[in-house]
Ligand binder design. Structure first.
Ligand code: BG6
Length: 487
């Protein structure tokens, strides 16, 4: 028997993401026949009570996608069990070990990262860290390089690196994997993918939600540590990395680490020029009046809810190509996109006509839709004496191959990642040295902020951050992308 143990099995992540993902995988017949799923949490409840909650969580997600069926549920129900445990105590974990027996165990820690070190130590003592067992760690692991190392030292005392799966759920998103296919499964783009042809790259992760009652966590991390250290730097790595020799986990991750190592450190003299920290004040989002961060928190705070950074990658491929990243809460749209902005024409033969040529852009949209499009200039049809140009968008997305086809169900990113962890494939997980390099760079940014006394600037909820975020681009003669791939 194989087992998946969900520590924090009754919590928000498990109920909103992990268990519905497992339902969807079961629905498609992708879970191992004999897999048991065991919720383990502090709450003293019976297995039946727990299973009922799981049903509610799975049913609401599955019905929304029209894939709820009782047959799948009874298969999943038969897999489920629950145990009330104190996961930091080896003694308390013994009954869990008895339940899983000698089969391979994958343990998912969906609990506060501050407990990771104690939990893995207890797991080891309880026999839940045997050679075939695995552990999955949800981000953030630590809040800086030192605390990451402290936790990870405890993890590596219990598990070898090949048994550790550090999750960044952005790597489970379909379009992110499609980026690898696009870059390395085609010959047309790779020769253009460098400083000779690309002017700049933008990565935006905009969210309309505020921090709300997550502030006890968020206030300690801020946008820099919550989003940029992990999701944004992972996206940057996939855009910037060299072609790996194959898709082996080590080959891919070796290339990503090289990118992180090439990131130019941000000094405190530069911090004001190349970084922007913002915090939302009350405003209107999606037609509703919302509170500012300080009001939600109940007192003033210096935590940023918005960050924009210009990053430079000091290597041959990217010398002189700025990577602009921005992310924030309470922005006007939930939008995640990567924009590859190609260089303008070296010389235009269309000068003075209507429809000036615009530089080509590849827009890789992850949210709200998953799509990849390329803008190219095209002749407007007609008999005008002078040729008129217009930009058109070529969609490179599978979803648009045939507009009459129903697009595939939008998966939860955790579906792919849970399946990979159960199969022991760590390609889409973050290796220790990758996380360390990312923390190292982010620590330098936060050190530069504290040395330069850089405080968050206010932005009104429902806007794209402080004005200085636009200036970050404008100063270099560029603007944030406003082309919507779906127009
Ligand atoms: C999480 C962050 O990792 O990602 C959240 O902790 C954020 O603050 C979330 O809201 C965004 O994920 P997604 O998939 O909705 O873009």
């Amino acid at each position: 028997m194989a087992a998946l143990v969900l520590f924090g099995g009754g919590g928000d992540l498990a109920m909103r993401m992990l268990l519905p993902s497992l339902y969807f995988l079961d629905h498609e017949g992708r879970l191992p026949e004999d897999l048991k799923i065991i919720g383990a949490a502090r709450s003293e409840e019976t297995a039946d009570e727990y299973i009922e909650k799981v049903r509610t969580a799975c049913e609401s997600k599955a019905r929304a996608d029209d894939v709820w069926d009782e047959a799948t549920w009874s298969r999943m129900k038969a897999r489920l069990d629950y145990l009330a445990v104190d996961a930091t105590s080896a003694e308390s974990l013994k009954p869990l070990k008895d339940k899983v027996g000698d089969g391979d165990v994958t343990s998912f820690l969906a609990v506060s990262p501050s407990l990771y070190a104690r939990i893995v130590t207890a797991m080891r003592a309880a026999g839940l860290a045997e050679a075939n067992d695995r552990v999955v760690l949800e981000k953030p692991v630590g809040r800086d390089l030192d605390s990451f190392r402290e936790i990870d030292d405890a993890v590596s005392d219990a598990f070898s690196e090949s048994q550790v799966f550090r999750i960044d759920h952005y790597l489970g998103k379909e379009t992110v994997q499609n980026l690898i296919a696009l870059r390395f499964g085609n010959t047309v783009f790779e020769p253009l993918w460098n400083a000779q042809n690309i002017d700049h790259v933008e990565i935006t992760i905009g969210e309309t939600v505020g921090v709300g009652d997550r502030w006890p966590y968020y206030d300690e991390y801020g946008a820099l540590r919550d989003m940029l250290q992990n999701h944004m730097l992972q996206l940057l790595c996939l855009v910037a990395m060299e072609p790996p020799s194959d898709l082996d986990p080590e080959s891919v991750r070796n290339e990503k680490v090289k990118v992180l190592r090439s990131l130019r450190p941000i000094t405190h003299e530069e911090a004001e020029r190349v970084t922007v920290r913002g915090q939302y004040v009350g405003g209107i989002v999606d037609g509703e009046t919302v509170k500012g961060y300080d009001e939600e928190r109940g007192q003033p705070s210096d935590t940023e809810t918005f960050v924009a950074i210009r990053a430079d990658i000091d290597n041959w491929r990217w010398a002189g190509v700025p990577f602009f990243m921005r992310t924030g809460k309470r922005l006007p749209e939930k939008r995640t996109e990567i924009v590859i902005a190609f260089k303008p024409l070296p010389h235009s033969i269309f000068d003075g006509r209507e429809g000036e040529p615009q530089a080509n852009r590849m827009i890789i949209e992850l949210q709200p839709e998953e799509d990849i499009s390329l803008t190219v200039m095209n002749k407007k049809a007609g008999l005008d004496a002078q040729m008129q140009l217009q930009p058109i968008k070529m969609s490179l997305s599978w979803g648009f191959r045939d507009k009459t086809e129903t697009p595939p169900r939008r998966r939860i990113a955790y579906e792919r990642l849970l399946l990979d962890a159960l199969n022991g494939d760590s390609t889409l997980f973050v290796r220790r040295d990758e996380a360390e390099q990312a923390w190292k760079w982010v620590d330098e940014v936060s050190q530069a902020w504290s040395d330069g006394n850089v405080k968050p600037q206010d932005y009104v909820a429902g806007t794209w951050g402080p004005d200085t975020a636009d200036m970050l681009m404008a100063r270099t003669g560029r603007d944030w992308n406003t082309i919507d791939v779906r127009d």
